[in-house]
Every structure is written in structure tokens, then in C-alpha cells.
Design a protein around this ligand. Structure first.
Ligand SMILES: *Cc1c(COP(=O)(O)O)cnc(C)c1O
Length: 401
């Protein structure tokens, strides 16, 4: 790295920013669609979109215009007054999903906190507070969402865990049945586990779980922070399965990189959180709401859900062919543009080779190569991605031989 701008910035980072991220030494300065450029002028194909955040790609003209327009009018007023954007965004979310109401916040963890508070408040009069969550799940880094996260490595050092959570294996209905007590308020899961390794729920499991929760008067909560907002080829993740949760959380791609989260619940739960019981200073600003509304409009108008399904299938089929050629690829899974290739080793070395070839991808779980590109990705980009992944696997296999 000869570029002094990059070196100076890295030095500042190392000295003044807390070292909570295992980051690579790349300084991105610009993006356009699925392309990124670093300070040294190198171009990259972005198959990560942040972490499933910039789903319309970088510098999308409609998003740039929405940002410019709303920022010239009004960025923020408190939720003690109304703004013209927030209810219109809520209407779009509800009219394209199930009937109910939205609570707006700023991140995935916060949206999940709202889900947890909804379940506890709902259960408080029935003596129910417990939430059954899944092994290998990820729900965020705040203390409550950490307590709901089924990977103990994230909780290590921050004990005692907030009480009230139990863990069972994902896709195992019998385990949920065995864990339920009179105090169970809710079951919480990701329809496709993201950080855990791109693991989709079984359709029959979700259907049976929905019926079981109805029978036992338990809320079914979906964390759609990563798999929602179009990523599975439907606007909401639950629509890919046809199984409605009682409430769900969203964030990541909701406003394409402008921080925003939302918790959406069914109409029957609309009065559980009453005035004064939950709040967020920045929740649903006119700025973030205008951007999120533009994201939804663009996804629908540009037929991006269809593109997501088509390119997602193409990537999975291509990876499947690579699995036949490269013994280190053990399988391929996912849904829509949430794509995972299971490797026989941690994904780090392959990711590093990909970076050197100008491709940005992610890992998930311990050994999964995760691709979550923009929903706008072209066939040409997918073909390029597969060719470069093929090359990277060849390089890695030679290194190991
Ligand atoms: C990223 C993620 C979160 C946490 O979101 P933050 O915005 O980082 O708080 C929660 N749940 C899932 C499924 C996620 O992928």
C-alpha cells in the first residue's frame, strides 16, 4: 500500500477509533451500483452491499434525489409532532404486507428490542415473559438482543445475560414444544438465519410453528433485519413462506444505508405499547422515512423482486456447478439474493483472495461464503462474480495442496 491517503487514514483509525471490528485495510471512497472504488483507484465488484444494507446499490439516483429533496426541507422534528413522511412510509409498509402498525427506530438491535418489549408487555398481564430463540441466531449487540442471540461467543464477557430467553435448535418444532411453558410469551426467529450461515427455515416447520403458536397463545416474532426488504425476492421475508408472524423487525436495507429500523405488528397488537411505554428520539425522522419510502417505490417500480429471484437462482446454480469442480465447496443454500456456499474451512482465506481479485464478499457462520449483492445486480455481474469465485477457489486449493 503506497497510497499515503490510505496510510494516513489507517493510522488515524488505529489511534482514535475503538478496535471493535476486524477490518481489512481497504479505504473505500466511492460507489456506483455494484461497483466500489478505493482511495488507490482500484475497482471492486460489491457482493456484500455493506452487510445487506445498500440493496439498491451505491449512489442510486432515486435515493440521492430523495436525500437531497428531503434534506432541503426538514431533517428532523420530534415524535411529539407529526411529520409528513413517517405515516406515508408506514402506509406503504402495511399496504404491501399485513394489516397493522409500525414503530420506527434506527437499527436492527433497536427493532428487536421493540419486538422483545412488545412481547413482554403483551405477556405481562398473562404472566408470560419468556422468549424462545434459536441456536445460531443473531439479533444484535445490545444487552437484550445479545441475550436473545444463540451464539455464546457474542455474549462472552458480558454476563450475566438478561434473563427470560431459552434456546432451541432451528428448524426443530419438537424442541420448541418441549421448551414451552405457561410463561412462554413468544418464539423469535430469522426466516433465513443470516450471521448463523444463510440457513433458511423449512416451510413445513414454519407452517406448523404458526399453528402451534396460535394454539398455545404465543406470539410468533420474525427478525427480518437481514432477510427482509426484498432480499428473498418478496418485500417481506414472511411472504416467501406465506407464514405471517404476529410482529417483525426490519432495519439494514430499509433506507438503503440511511440508518433506520422498524417494528411492525398485527392490528390486534396495536395498543400493546401505549403512549409513554416506548420511544426513540431519531425514530422515523422525515429524512429517513422519505428515503425508505423511495426504496420501496424503487423496488416495486423497477421490478427488483423479480430480478432478485432470477439472479439469486442463477448464482446458486452457478455455485452448485463450482461445488462439483471444487471439493472444498460442500454445498450451496439460501433464498433470493441471500446466497451461501458452505466451505470445508473458515471463509477468511477465500475472502482475502477474492479481495485481491477485486471482489467484496462476506462470511457467515464459521465456514460459509456469503453473497448479499444489491437487488439491482445484472446477469453480467453475476457471471463475473462466479468466474472470480472459481478462480479464488482454484488459488486457495493450490495454496492448501
Ligand atoms: C444485522 C442484524 C441485526 C442487528 O442489526 P444492527 O443494525 O447492527 O443493530 C439483527 N438481526 C439480524 C438478523 C441481523 O442480520
Amino acid at each position: 500500500m503506497e497510497n499515503t491517503a490510505t496510510m494516513e487514514t489507517l493510522a488515524l483509525y488505529d489511534k482514535y477509533v475503538m478496535h471493535t471490528y476486524p477490518r481489512a485495510d481497504i479505504l473505500f471512497v466511492r460507489g456506483e451500483g455494484t461497483k466500489l472504488w478505493d482511495a488507490e483507484g482500484n475497482e471492486y465488484l460489491d457482493l456484500a452491499s455493506g452487510i445487506a444494507v445498500c440493496s439498491l446499490g451505491h449512489a442510486h439516483p432515486a435515493i440521492t434525489a430523495a436525500i437531497r429533496e428531503q434534506s432541503e426541507k426538514l431533517l428532523h422534528v420530534s415524535n411529539l409532532y407529526m411529520n409528513e413522511q413517517q405515516p406515508r412510509l408506514a402506509q406503504k409498509l402495511i399496504e404491501n404486507g399485513f394489516d397493522g402498525v409500525c414503530f420506527f427506530c434506527n437499527s436492527g438491535a433497536e427493532a428487536n428490542e421493540a419486538l422483545i418489549k412488545l412481547a413482554r408487555k403483551w405477556g405481562s398481564e398473562k404472566g408470560k415473559f419468556e422468549i424462545i430463540a434459536m441456536n445460531d441466531s443473531f439479533h444484535g449487540r445490545t444487552l437484550a438482543t445479545l441475550a436473545a442471540t444463540g451464539r455464546s461467543k457474542y455474549r462472552k464477557g458480558f454476563q450475566p445475560d438478561m434473563p427470560g430467553f431459552k434456546f432451541v435448535d432451528f428448524n426443530d418444532l419438537e424442541a420448541i414444544k418441549a421448551a414451552v411453558t405457561d410463561q412462554t410469551a413468544a418464539v423469535l426467529l430469522e426466516p433465513v438465519q443470516g450471521e448463523g450461515g444463510i440457513i433458511p427455515a423449512d416451510l413445513e416447520y414454519l407452517k406448523a410453528l404458526r399453528a402451534f403458536c396460535d394454539e398455545k397463545d404465543i406470539l410468533l416474532l420474525f427478525d427480518e433485519v437481514q432477510c427482509g426488504m426484498g432480499r428473498l425476492g418478496t418485500l417481506f421475508a414472511w411472504q416467501s413462506f406465506g407464514v405471517q408472524p404476529d410482529a417483525l423487525s426490519m432495519a439494514k436495507a430499509l433506507a438503503n444505508g440511511v440508518p433506520m429500523g422498524a417494528m411492525i405488528c398485527q392490528r390486534k397488537l396495536q395498543d400493546v405499547l401505549t403512549p409513554g411505554t416506548h420511544a426513540s428520539t431519531f425514530g422515523g425522522t422525515p429524512f429517513a422515512s422519505a428515503v425508505a419510502a423511495t426504496v420501496i417505490d424503487t423496488i416495486l417500480k423497477d421490478n427488483l423482486l423479480e430480478n432478485c429471484r432470477v439472479q439469486g437462482d442463477f448464482l446458486r446454480e452457478g455455485l452448485q456447478k463450482l461445488a462439483e469442480k471444487h471439493p472444498m465447496v460442500k454445498g450451496v443454500r439460501g433464498k433470493g439474493l441471500m446466497v451461501g456456499a458452505i466451505l470445508d474451512e473458515p471463509a477468511g482465506p477465500v475472502l482475502a483472495i477474492l479481495r485481491s481479485k477485486g471482489v467484496i464478499a462476506l462470511s457467515a457462520g464459521e465456514t460459509v461464503l456469503r453473497l448479499v449483492p444489491a437487488l439491482t445486480i445484472s446477469r453480467e455481474d453475476c457471471e463475473k462474480a462466479l468466474a472470480l469465485i472459481d478462480e479464488a477457489l482454484t488459488v486457495r486449493e493450490a495454496e492448501r495442496a
